[in-house]
Design a protein around this ligand. Structure first.
Ligand code: ATR
Length: 275
């Protein structure tokens, strides 16, 4: 019998996950279908129970439900619980188990850009949900240091205080991060600056960026944000958000099917959808 998978969110119409996962189901001859589900906040509990009742194999969760879904699940793994957000749910014999593959997806995508995370001095720009998933996941990997720069300094301070893994960290203003940029091996931009409608903005200045640094973005639409364009012109290595998106999906697919899918094919699929 065909297995049901999907993604719950609001809005959901532009999600690229259905095409990406359905292509993988057909590639690996799995009789399953992945659908987008538009779910209102006050109907989230019913939606989750409905998917459980229908015997769905699993599903993804996106904005704005990643945190509010937690009480409706039967179990949440340790990393997702510490992040306080779930993006992937697996139905294990009727029990819905929540995971977070966003941070791990980012980490896997980094493999092609840096040798190892140990010894790296990292700057995370932003202190929202995406920054939290990336910061906690990277902190577990024991780099030398991870600092957080944010427009609202208190939020960066709070994020550092809440990290359950022991890591050397300090909170910075965006201005201080700009002037100390030469210190960092890896810079990760996690805010929505660079995306519509903030397409011409960038959160920090790059005057002190080192040529041998790596600058990563979580945004993939547009593929090249202003910060990546400038970083590239300085000679730094840049990575857009496609890798994180594709790897978070690959890790979810692996949890549902036991197969780690063809990343290159997924990337081409997503790039094709972006047009
Ligand atoms: P997400 O879950 O996508 O990370 P979020 O939790 O709303 O979204 O977090 C948004 C992040 O982008 C925050 O770090 C926010 O900074 P504040 O904590 O000061 O609000 C940052 N951000 C959003 N718009 C910004 C802007 N115009 N300038 C600087 N930072 C911005």
């Amino acid at each position: 019998m065909k297995k049901l998978f999907g993604v719950l969110g609001n809005p959901i119409g532009h999600s690229m996950s259905p095409v990406m996962h359905n292509d993988l189901f057909s590639l690996y001859n799995i009789d399953a279908e992945y659908l987008p589900f538009l779910v209102q906040e006050d109907e989230l509990r019913d939606a989750v129970n409905g998917l459980r009742a229908l015997g769905a194999g699993g599903f993804n969760v996106t904005v704005p439900h990643k945190s509010s879904i937690i009480p409706f699940l039967d179990e949440v793994d340790e990393l997702a619980a510490s992040i306080g957000a779930v993006n992937t749910v697996v139905n294990k014999d009727g029990k819905l188990i929540g995971y977070n593959t966003d941070g791990l997806g980012f980490l896997k995508g980094l493999d092609a850009y840096i040798n190892k995370i140990e010894g790296q001095k990292i700057l995370v720009i932003g202190a929202g949900g995406a920054a939290r998933a990336i910061y906690f996941t990277l902190a577990k990997e024991k780099p030398m240091q991870i600092d957080i720069a944010n427009r609202t300094l208190e939020k960066a301070v709070q994020l550092i205080e809440e990290c359950p893994y022991s890591i050397s960290s300090k909170a910075l203003t965006l201005k201080d991060a700009s002037s100390e940029l030469g210190e960092y091996d890896l810079i990760i931009q996690t805010t929505m600056i660079g995306m519509e409608p903030n397409i011409t903005e960038q959160p920090i200045t790059l005057e002190y960026l080192r040529e041998n640094s790596v600058v990563c973005e979580i945004i993939y639409n547009p593929l090249e944000t202003r910060i990546l364009r400038e970083a590239k012109s300085i000679g730094a290595t840049v990575q857009n958000g496609i890798d994180m998106f594709v790897y978070q999906g690959a890790l979810a697919f692996e949890k549902w099917t036991g197969i780690f899918p063809d990343i290159q094919r997924m990337k081409e699929n997503v790039l094709g959808q972006l047009g």
